[in-house]
Ligand binder design. Structure first.
Ligand SMILES: Cc1ncc(COP(=O)(O)O)c(C=O)c1O
Length: 432
């Protein structure tokens, strides 16, 4: 494979060379067709090249291929902002910040937090095993970002990034987690708490609804902002448009991205609630980039929203998610795995990364792409996946996970050897 394209992570050796895709399937240069159970990188909720989205983008390319939002405006951006404000929980959105990708949108939200912070605020609370994107500004905030907060604790503007353990559905002691949460607010005096209602990169861990409600109450009490990163969990993925709606909370800042254009163009942003919107009244907040909310991307988002909402795909994700999780539990329940997730964001946590790697590879050999993050296999298919394809996805996931667990001893050995070879390669790169 062309060495000029740097490989991402350690999965370069078996990377798929994708040449085309349609619906829920991708095709590779060696002639294979694979079912994509990862929906791109969780950003293709309507399948590839959805006809309504493609035609909206094509039409916009012929009408207004580009416009920016500095001393200019354009109708597709205004229309999209209106639509998103209507969708926001309880109509709580007073402003919308425009960004190009998820990382950039989290940066915008955290810029608002810096503006919100008063002298008495000392920190920003972040969740263990969070992921919020790859940028230097965010490197202190996400555990799973490169340079994550395990290594850096000082964040910007004199605030510390303090990691706390959220209550995760099905894990641990809720009462103890609530007590620790109260103590964290009292002790660290946060300007904000940054959460993902469903931590996809951590294996689809679902943050407990009661814990999230307490977060919202504490934010009101301590004058802190509740910032929900819904980049991965939004757009109906978990069975509601935004995952924080399950808990009935209304975040001050809701960050969206990924699936909002159904994967047809980059676009992201932040819904700003009424409390932080006061910060925008008399002072300009400079955020946005050359390609933020370009008209074709706005057209893609508007068409994608029409399909998700018009076809009731949130409800579909909710019901398919319940049935799929149950099937995984029934078929893998006797094995040492944990089945997690909400809607069509499902994780199966295996005893180690080696086993998960082996499961992912076994599924690819059977024509199905599964996601894998650390020890978890992820099933994050398009929300409109055909029933027969979903059945195949589940069947192959179960067979591959079983095979990986049966062979986990030897898989671990192979993986460790591979890891050693790669680490040695890295050391050599550094030395030369
Ligand atoms: C929860 C969350 N936030 C932020 C990001 C960063 O988004 P992007 O890759 O579009 O910059 C991701 C990406 O996976 C994510 O899952």
């Amino acid at each position: 494979m062309n060495r000029l394209v740097s490989k991402i992570g350690r999965f370069g050796a078996d990377a798929l060379d994708v040449v085309s895709a349609s619906g829920s399937h991708i095709r590779t240069s060696d002639g294979r067709t694979l079912l994509d159970g990862q929906a791109g990188y969780w950003c293709v909720p309507l399948g590839y090249s959805h006809p309504r989205v493609v035609s909206a983008v094509t039409e916009m390319l012929g009408t207004l291929s580009y416009a920016h939002l500095v001393r200019r405006t354009h109708a597709p951006a205004r229309e999209l902002a209106e639509r998103l404000a209507q969708i926001s929980p309880h109509g709580s959105c007073a402003r919308v910040l425009c960004a190009t990708n998820g990382t950039d949108a989290v940066e915008a939200a955290m810029g608002m937090v810096l503006r919100w912070a008063r002298p008495r605020h000392r920190s920003v609370l972040v969740l263990e095993r969070g992921f919020h994107g790859e940028s230097l500004g965010l490197s202190a905030l996400g555990d799973l970002s490169s340079g994550g907060s395990g290594r850096r604790r000082r964040w910007l503007g004199g605030l510390d990034a303090v990691r706390i353990a959220p209550a995760i559905e099905g894990d641990g002691d809720l009462a103890e987690a609530l007590r620790a949460l109260d103590e964290a607010f009292a002790r660290h005096r946060p300007a904000a708490i940054l959460i993902e209602p469903v931590q996809l990169a951590a294996g689809a861990r679902v943050v407990d609804d009661a814990w999230l409600r307490r977060v919202a109450a504490l934010c009101a009490e301590h004058d802190s902002l509740l910032v929900a990163d819904e980049v991965a969990s939004g757009m109906g993925r978990t069975g509601r448009f935004f995952a924080s709606e399950h808990a009935g909370v209304c975040p001050d800042l809701t960050i969206f991205g990924k699936g909002i254009t159904a994967g047809h163009a980059p676009l992201a942003g932040v819904l700003v609630g009424t409390r932080p919107a006061t910060l925008l009244e008399d002072r300009e907040f400079r955020h946005g980039h050359t390609f933020s909310w370009a008209p074709p991307a706005c057209a893609a988002a508007l068409a994608a929203l029409d399909v998700v909402l018009g076809e009731g795909l949130e409800d579909r994700a909710a019901s398919l998610g319940i049935v799929s999780k149950q099937r995984l539990l029934d078929e893998l329940g006797q094995r040492p795995v944990r089945v997690r997730g909400r809607g069509l964001a499902i994780g199966v946590e295996l005893p180690g990364t080696s086993a998960a790697c082996a499961g992912r590879r076994a599924a690819a050999d059977r024509g199905v792409v599964l996601g894998q993050e650390g020890p978890s296999i992820l099933l994050v298919p398009p929300l409109n996946i055909r029933q027969a394809d979903l059945d195949e996805l589940l069947e192959v996931a179960v067979t591959s996970i079983r095979a990986a667990l049966d062979a986990s001893g030897s898989a671990q050995l192979v993986d460790e050897v591979l890891e050693d070879v790669q680490v040695e390669g890295l050391l050599q790169d550094r030395a030369t």
